[in-house]
Design a protein around this ligand. Sequence first.
Ligand code: ADP
Ligand code: NA
Length: 324
Amino acid sequence: MKRVLSGMQSSGQLTIGNYIGALRNFVNLQHLHRCYFMVVDMHAITVPQDPAALKEQTESIASLYIAAGLDPNKASIFLQSHVPAHAELGWIMTTLTYMGELERMTQFKDKSAGKESVGAGLFTYPSLMAADILLYNADLIPVGDDQKQHLELTRDLANRFNNRFGEFFTMPEPYMPEIGARIMSLDDASKKMSKSSPNPGSYIAMLDEPAVIRKKLSRAVTDSGREVKYDPQNKPEVSNLISIYSHFANMSVAEIEAKYDGQGYGPFKKDLAEVVVAVLEPIQERYREIRKSGEIFDILKKGAAEASELANETLLEVKKRMGF
Ligand code: ADP
Ligand code: NA
């Protein structure tokens, strides 16, 4: 059985990009492999967070994991900050990382662009992510393609450690079930949809009410044409909406194009909202029950205990090999 590890930052509400690119796959993977799914709250603080908001977002995302179908009896579900070994191996990985490697990271360039001051943690984030993965000697890492560069660095660091201190870490492989599982922003199709965007109109949150989803999709930017045609080069906005439709309705691009042939964007966008609502509404109902019951705290405690067992074992061996 392979080991799978992944996580999401509690830096905002989960979007449908997180759902399609990550969470939906987590749910499938828990039946096939030994899975560890965390909420990476220590990554979230690489940009400033309000304490009350951080706490709420962290609990909310963990609860959404369960609402979307993760089963705490199949997968270990926990918070990164509950397993201190992440911080400790994170530091060790930082010392193995070269400045030049971090300077090349496009996510850092994007997130720091135009900012007057940027925390050092935003820069060293990929070293902590490497620790997250290597602590569990994970084989498969389900990530969106925005994280591929970070995973490449994780492999380089694993190799570097193995060369210097003896063969130990497993080489993690990216797991991307479908190409193109990248949802773009509703206001600018050149940027990925992100929960940390300052413009809520640019994303659909998994917890957006149906009326909000309808409004946001009706206002989503399109070109001035009227043909519902998948053409990412010339029609990036409409292509993104078709791709969302396809993922949520389980229909192929060709089927969607045929369905809206000659109809213009109006009816297509209206149906798109219903297709998204149909998937999210039952998840939102379960979510409300989970929040009400308070069961998430026990789930996270159990998950952290399971994760710690393996993480501490790895950390001990790493430290021994390094001369601690
Ligand atoms: P965000 O960028 O929204 O803050 P995270 O960095 O926490 O999200 O990413 C959590 C997971 O969701 C990662 O596996 C990432 O690849 C995936 N993901 C994030 N945004 C998208 C998107 N727009 N489309 C597809 N997958 C995404
Ligand atoms: Na991100």
